[in-house]
Structure formats: structure tokens, C-alpha cells
Design a protein around this ligand. Sequence first.
Ligand SMILES: [Zn+2]
Length: 369
Amino acid sequence: MQINKKAIKITAIILACVIFVTASVFAFMGIAHAVKIGNIPEVEYNGEKLNVILMIGDGMGFNHIKAAVSRYGELFMTSAQTKGEVTTFSRYLFGATDSAAAATALATGVKTDNGNVGQYLGKEKQSTTELAVSLGMSTAILATEGVDGATPAGFSAHTNSRNDIDGILDDQLASNIDVFIGSNIERYSSLSEKIEKAGYSFFDSMSTLDMTKDKVFASFEEIPLEDQGDAKPTLADLAIKTLDKISVNEKGFFMMIEESHIDKCSHNNDLDGAIMHVKAYDNTIKAVVEYAQKIGNTIVIVTADHETGGLQYNGEKDSELNNSMYTLTSHSTANVPYFVFGNIDYEFAKVMDNTQIARLCQAVIGASV
Ligand SMILES: [Zn+2]
């Protein structure tokens, strides 16, 4: 009986210690995040007003690029004169950001809790897309997944749950954004009437896609990795068609383009799939940068929302690339790359926070020059 009491006492003391240590660690992590979040410098930009194209490779870390280079040879994106790293942490204290919080940071310049889209603690935050609309600029959101995905939603909606896809659509239809293009036709074909009622022309195939319509909402069965002829457009084809439409606006434009599938393949530890999408993303970047150079006055910022899979790369040759180079099936906290194309009078830090990208985009398109 006495031994039992003693055992209970010792157990209680051990438990109290464990709770104390755990709470201290969590509190410290919280403070660490709070300090980091508090220290994000404001972006000051007094340069020329430019069109902005922001390109996001969902889940693409540095090692995804290295593995893709090992298979396909040099990629276009790495030729950028200006490049560096982006920190991706959200307000989630115990691990990596999700795509919703990362998109919110990249779109609004505000850190939020995982799952939140375009808002923090119930308060809606203005995205670069919304700022562009309010300035009379043309705007477009492109993704290889459905535009109700967390990344496109972060640039066009406000909700506390990325799963609130009806709320996301309602916000998008009221957004005055000129172009939405993505996949997930299974969802959108039954919503075509609602979309048309809101003033968007709805398209579900390349043969009917008419970019001369005032507002365009397109959902394709598939956006293939490589050219398969006119019937199935690649992301690069769709980006160029969209640029033809939005670049005629004298007030300028903002476009967000997401390659959504590097993340999805990496969750499955499918390295071949992931780097095929890195290559397709790179093809899109090249086409978009060449277009931007042709029209001038346009910067293209290429980045990722977070790294997925904790991919390791130790100089593996093409034939040595394999799925066991992944160490996680979830997102990691690793920094991701950024690449900037175009002339911009701004000194980029070697390591930027993801919120600074939003602040810079907003400063650039809002600059009163
Ligand atoms: Zn993911």
C-alpha cells in the first residue's frame, strides 16, 4: 500500500516535470515564432510601377530543382540574375506551413494559422490581386489544379477553412478578377450556370475557350505536362493566352500562376512525377519570362509556397534518382528558392520572408509613379 502511494507520488512528480518541460519548449517555440514574425521588415519601394507575374511551384524546394537538373539538364529558372531563399513558416507552432497559410502570406503579406485563406483571426486581409483590381489593373489566377485549391484561393478568397470550397467560389465570383483557369472539371461543370450568372463566361475545353470575353472562368479536364496539340493546352499555352488578354490594359496587370502538382507528387514520394512537373513549370516560366521581356515593364517572381517531402539530394545522377531520397510524406520547414526576372530597382535580400514577397508585389503595383 505504502509502495503504491510512493509510486504514485513519483509518477506524479515525473508527469509534472514532463508537462513543465513540454510547456516550456512550446512556449519557447511560440516566442521564437512571435519574434520572427515581429521582426519582418517592411518593404520600401520607390521605383517604377511594373506589371507583376508571381509564379508558385507548390512544394518545390531547392532539391527538387537539383534533381530535375540531374535528369533534364540546366533549367531556365536558375538563369535568373536575382535569386535567393524564402522562409515559409506560418503561425502554426509545431511544424511546417500548409499551402493555405503560405498562399495567404504570399498574397497578403500577413502570417496566418494553417488552413486560413486570405485572413488572420477572422479578419480579411487584402491580397495583391484585390489591390490590383481596385487600381483598375487586369488580373488573372491560373493553376494546374482546380482554382478552389489553397494557393489560388489565397489570392482570390477569404475564409477560415481551405475546405470551404463553396465560400471560396462565392468570393471568387464576386472578386472582379478577369481570368480564372484551372482543372477539376468534375466540380465545375455542374456549377457552370452559377458561374455564368455571376458574369463570367464558362469554358471547359480549349476548342471553345474565348479569351475575348469580358470575364473568363475555365476549367479543363487536364492541363498536360507536355504539348499534346491544340486540344489540350499546357500551363505555358494558357499563360500566354491570358497574357494576350490582360497585357493590353494601360493600367497594368497582376497574374498569379501555380504549378500545383510538384506538391502532390512529393506527398506520394513520387520523384519522377515531381520533377516532371518541375520541368513543366520551368517551361512555363521560360514562356512567361520571354513574353514579359517582349512587352517590357514587367517583373516575373518565381518561388514556392513550401518544400514538400524533405527531399534530400547528394549529387545523384539521373539513373540514381529514386523515391527513397524523400524523408517525409508531409511538408518540411526548409527554405524555398526565389528567382526574379526583369528590371526592378530594388535590392533583394539573400533570404526573404514570404510576407515580404507580397509586400513587394503590392508596393510595386501600387507605386504612384
Ligand atoms: Zn501539400
